[in-house]
Structures are given as structure tokens and as C-alpha cells.
Design a protein around this ligand. Sequence first.
Ligand SMILES: [Zn+2]
Ligand SMILES: [Zn+2]
Ligand SMILES: [Zn+2]
Ligand SMILES: [Zn+2]
Length: 487
Amino acid sequence: MQDYSEKVQVIHNEKFGRHLVAQLDIEAGDTLVEERPLLVAPHWECGQMKCAKCLQESYVMCRSCKMFPLCMDCQGHDDFECQFFASGGPGGYICKDLLVKNYGVCALMKFLLLLEDPSTRKDCERLLETPINLDDYRDGDGMWQEHEELAVRPLMASGLLMSLTQAQSLTADDLHAYCIRIDSYSFEVTARDGDTLKGVFVCGSLPHHCVPNTVVALDEEFNLKLYAAVDLKSGEVIYNSYTNPLMGTSQRQHQLRLTRRLECSCSRCLDPTECGTNMSSVKCRECPDGYALCELSSGGDWRCSKCSAILPAADVHELLAELGGALVEAKGELQAFESLLAQYKTLLHPNHFLMLDIKQNIASILRATALMNCMDQPSKKLLARRVELCSELLPICRAVVPGISKLYAIALFEYLLSLIELVELQFSEGELNKKEYATHLKTGRLVAKEAMDLLRFEPENSSEGYLVERLAMELERIESDIAKYGR
Ligand SMILES: [Zn+2]
Ligand SMILES: [Zn+2]
Ligand SMILES: [Zn+2]
Ligand SMILES: [Zn+2]
């Protein structure tokens, strides 16, 4: 199933290849694409065999084809791929234990069978439309090597190509190009057992922008729904994002280069303030309260926005590399993270992406501590610290993903949980009176409603759908306490 809304139009051009633009004015929340995946497959490095139908762990093989794993709960898998091996299609060329021995070939093998199957060939060919330059990838970094060892080489050696009319003449380079396309058209999807896989989508994969104007929703059946995150004007290009918005420009660009050979020059990448967040700003060394921003026009040196002092790019890189190393060294220790935060406060902007990284680490350690339920006196201090950190993250999440944002909704949820836990404890110990408690609960009510509102276009049977259920439960509890104490 692939379904474009009549509100978008498919366009081809040199810059983006096949992409979508708004055909008329679009409202935030409007569905733009609905699509079933062309292919859901394990990551290349996955060694644990998955059922060919439901993608949960399976050690048993399909009785008909004896090629693909099939779990006890599933009756059968894709007819074409099963029949192909069951009817002896490969003419005895290939070993039945190809997948058992080389599970990494799974995604590529399934793709070749989809290309062979007349009913899915067209979709595969659309995936192959945009040309790619293999020499951009062939530089021996992790990705090429991974494709080579886990998929391309074992598949070439298996004899499968000879038995496929569409694939007989394919070279190792052709297979590499297929692997790259499988990666670049895929979104991470989650199987019912919680393992992540890649879902390949022909229509839902769009050009990248670090501030996307759409949201990708994926349900438990791996169906994709792409909807507008903000209002869109007729003619606007529709974008996805393939990076973590809480990373700074240098980190995001590094990741995009590595995974997609992409040099991003979107509006956020060109804005040294990163949407006004200062996520890449460092403290000026010449004046007391200035911050240095990257000067794109002057070869990447940094200039203080107050006193104009220059901070050489090399110094900034050294500082970041040093903190990056220290973060690894911190090894999940609360105290280690807190002292890094105190130490680097004098060198980086409080919103710097590495400071945010430390804060997120601390907040998640505190959350785990709270879950272990050791609610003695010092943990109240920790709860208050968690509220503080969660609230500091809110405006940043809001700024880097405007409009309907799952990131912001999740940040609101984390803030809500920490706030409610803290004020409940304070109230039970008599530190807050009824009126003060009710005032905090009313803040909580607003937060819960805002988060639910941001998730209202998500499918019910998705992790975000379950988050909405959790939020509704919290809201009910809050309402009942407000009714009790808020008069
Ligand atoms: Zn199954
Ligand atoms: Zn089968
Ligand atoms: Zn960008
Ligand atoms: Zn300065």
C-alpha cells in the first residue's frame, strides 16, 4: 500500500532526485503519505535469526521452503520468496543453510527476490532510480566493509544470483549499490519483541533537513504515516530528518557524511546560533559574558558575539574532543557527570550540545534511581535535581523541532513524571500545603495536556500511542488530586 495525499506532488530534479512538494497549503497534522514497507529486515550485523513474517526471534525454519526462519505463531511468509525456494527454483545451486550461516545477507537477499517478483519489481526499480556514486562510499570506512563482509561476498558466493533472471548479471558493485539504497531508504522500526530492524520505504524517504517539516509515525505493523509537523505553503519541499536534533551542527554533519554521504547546508546548519539555542556556542576567553559562534564565512574560526575576539577552530575542536573523551570515561557515574558539568560550565554555553548530553545522562540516571524506589531523604534532593534538568531541556527541544514534535512531547512527559513525583513526596511530608500542592498539580495538568496534544496524530498501536495512554492515566490521577485538594 502506497498512498500519497492529493495535497502533495511527486517531483524530480537534479538536486533531490524524486521528492515531494506541497501541492496546496497544508495544515500541521495533515497526512501526506501512508505506506507499507517494501521490506523489513534485520540490520546487517544482526546475528539472531528473525521470523520472516513477524520479525520476532525464531530458531525454527519454514517447513515449505526450509530457507527462511518462521516462528511457531506465524502460518507463512511472503508467497513469492517461499515458493521460489520451495519449488526448487534455484536449481539446487544454493545451500539451504545460507541464512543460518550468513544471516547478514537477509536484507539483500529479500530485496533481490522482491526485484524478481513481478508484483513488486516496479517499487524496487523506483528505489534504484536516483543514481549514486559508488566511489563516494568505497573508501574503506565501516559501511562499505560491513556490506562487503556481511552481505555482498556471502551472497556472491552462494550461487543465488545465477538462479534469478533479474540478478544473473549483477556484479559485486551492483550489490553494494543495492545495500547503500536499502540503508538510505530505511527507517528504524521496532519488532514486537522490542528489537530494532530497518523498514525500507519507497515513498516516505525524502530529502533531509535538520529541521524537518514532517513527522514520521510507525505503528506496530511497520506501517508508515508521514504527516506535516507545521503548516506548509504550496510549493514547499517536504523533508525528513535523519539525525538526532539534540546533536550540534558539527556532530550532525559528521553523522550525515558518514551514513548518507550528505553535506547538509540547511537553514539550521547555516545558522551559528542553531535556531537561537546556542547549542554549539563556547565561552569567549576575552570577555566575561560573551559567547563565541562559528563563523562559516571565515573558514570556520569562532568569533565572540560581544567583543569580536577570535577563537581558532582548532582550539574549539580540541576542547570538544577532550570533553567527548571525558564523557566516555564517566562510565554512567552520577558524580562523574555532575563534576564534568561543573567543570565545563566555564568553557561552554549551558545549552551546548555536550552539556545537554551530560544533563540527559544525569536525568536518566536519576530516573533509574527513582524507579528503584529508594525514597529516603537524599533522594528528594535528587528528584528536585531531575525536575531542574528536565525543565532545562524543554525550551531546547521546543526550538530545534518546531510544530508537532515527538521529541518535545517526550521531554514534556519526562518533566511531568519528575515534577509529580517530587511534589507528591513534598506534600506527603508536609513541606507543601494543600494549596501549593494543587498549584503544582495544575502545572502538571497543562504539561500532560500539551504532550497529549502533540501526540494526537500518532497511531494508537505505536510506542507513542502507548505514551498517550500513560499520559491519560497520569492526567486522571492529577485531576482527582486537584478535585480533592484544589478547592
Ligand atoms: Zn512470526
Ligand atoms: Zn517458506
Ligand atoms: Zn542541516
Ligand atoms: Zn568576548
